[in-house]
Design a protein. Structure first.
Ligand code: FES
Length: 95
């Protein structure tokens, strides 16, 4: 997943926005990433990936963790939603 791909598909938050938020705002808790355009506050699918970036930044100051390709990421999220794990906001596409 490159920097201009959406990390939070519910609120269309790109990886770049999240990375910049982490670098500039230096959140102390992963939950503070929700202040980045609502990232993670929809279906919940992206939370483990937000956690991964947050943990990496806290551990070694880098925010370049490997994430799935955009198509794989979207496919896995669609399955997650179909299985009833989370409900995306009405403004979000489910695919
Ligand atoms: S993809 Fe981020 S909360 Fe749904």
């Amino acid at each position: 997943m490159d920097m201009d791909e959406e990390l939070c598909l519910c609120f269309h938050v790109t990886r770049r926005k999240v990375v910049n938020f982490i670098r500039v705002e230096r959140p102390r808790r992963v939950g503070q990433l929700s202040e980045c355009f609502g990232a993670g506050t929809g279906c919940g699918w992206c939370r483990p990936f937000l956690q991964k970036l947050f943990d990496q930044a806290a551990r070694d100051g880098q925010v370049d963790a490997e994430l799935p390709t955009p198509s794989e990421y979207a496919r896995l999220r669609a399955a997650y939603i179909r299985e009833g794990h989370g409900t995306p906001p009405a403004s979000s596409s489910e695919t």
